[in-house]
Ligand binder design. Sequence first.
Ligand code: 3PG
Ligand code: MG
Length: 400
Amino acid sequence: MSPRRLRTIEDLGDLAAQTVLVRCDFNVPLEDGRISDDLRITATAPTLRELLEKGATLVLCSHLGRPKGRPVDSLRLDPIAERLREVLGQDVYKLDQAVGPDVQRAVMAAGAGSMTLLENLRFDPGEEANDTSFAEALSRLADVYVDDAFGAAHRAHASVVGVAQRLPAAAGRLMQREVEVLSSLLDGAERPFVAVLGGAKVSDKLSAVQALVLRVDALVVGGAMAFSFIAAAGGDIGGSLVEPDRYDDVREAAALAESTGTLIQLPTEVVAAPEPAASADTTVVRADSVPEGLMGLDIGPRAVRDFARTIAGAGTILWNGPMGMFELGPFSAGTRGVAEAVAGADAFTVVGGGDTLAALGQFGLRDAIDHLSTGGGASLEFLEGRVLPGVAVLTAGETS
Ligand code: 3PG
Ligand code: MG
C-alpha cells in the first residue's frame, strides 16, 4: 500500500480491561433466515479471539442487508449471535438495539472479557448518513475501536468512518490481511496478471473494467455482462440480458484495452435456453449469434477451454463474478470450469464477491484459493486504486 501505514492492533497499546468496539461485516447470505455461508463470521474470528486473549471486553457491531433506516425483523442479528457462539465457543449477548440508554447500560453491565453484539446498525438512518450523533452514541460504548469489516470499507458510514474519527482506531487482522494482499496486487502482481470478471450486470463492474484494463495483461469476461460487450461490437445476442445504455462505455473500455495492449477475452460460445429454469432445454450456440427467443445463461465448453488456457498461463489471478447462472444445474458448467482452472493454476489467486465465493463453496474448491476476499464491492474498488474511506481513516498520518 501507500507509504502511509495502516494502524493495527499493536498501535492500540495494552487492551487489558479496555472495551473495544469491533466493526465486523456480518452481512452474510441468508436463506429462510438461516446463514448459508458463514465465511464472513469465521474470517473475523481470529481478530475476536486475539482481542479476548489480550483481556479486552468486546462490543461487536455490523449491518445486515439493506433495511433502509428502520427495523426489519428478518434482518435482526440473532442468527449471527448464534453462529458466533458456535464458532468462538463463548457466549454472546445479543441486544435488540444498536444505541441508546438501554444499550449503554447493558454494555456497562457486561462482565470483563464478555462479548456483546449490537442490533443491525442499518436499522438506524444515522448509520448510512454517517450522522454525528449516531457516531457519538456508538463511540460512547467503548474505549477503542477496531475495524475488521473490510467488506464495508467502501461505505463512508458512521460505524466505519465516524467512530474511527472519535476513538483510538485500528484495523483488525482480517482488514489488515485484505489490505496487504490487495495492495500486493496493485503494487507488484506477478505477471501475467489475469482478471476474470463475471456476473449479471455490466454497470456494476464498468469502473472495475476501466481501471483493470490499465493494470492487467488480460481481462476475461463472462456472465451476462459479456453480452453488453458482444452486442456493443455488433453481435446478435438474442434475448440475453444486456444494458444498451452502457454500450458506449463498453466500447470505450474496449478501445482503451486495445490501445494499451490488454487482451479482453469474451466467450466464443454460450449455453442458451428459452428461460433461466432448471428444467430448460439448452443448446450451445455462438456467443455472437444467439437466436431470437433464446438467452445465453452460461459460457459454452469452448469458452471454458479458452478461458482455462489464459488462466493457466497467469502469474496472478483475480476472479470476481460467476460465468452464468451456476445455481441452476444446466448453467453451472462454465462457472465450475473456471473455478477448477483458477483452483488448479500455479498463480497467486484472489477470489472475491458473494456469488463467486458461493460458487467455489458449491464446488468444494475454496481451500485451493490463496486469498478469499470477504469484500465484493470493496475489493473491486480497492483494486481500481480508489481510496476506501474505511481504510483511509485507519491510516497513520491521515488527517480526516
Ligand atoms: C457487501 O456485502 O458488499 C458489504 O457488506 C456492504 O454491503 P452494501 O453493499 O449493502 O453496502
Ligand atoms: Mg455489495
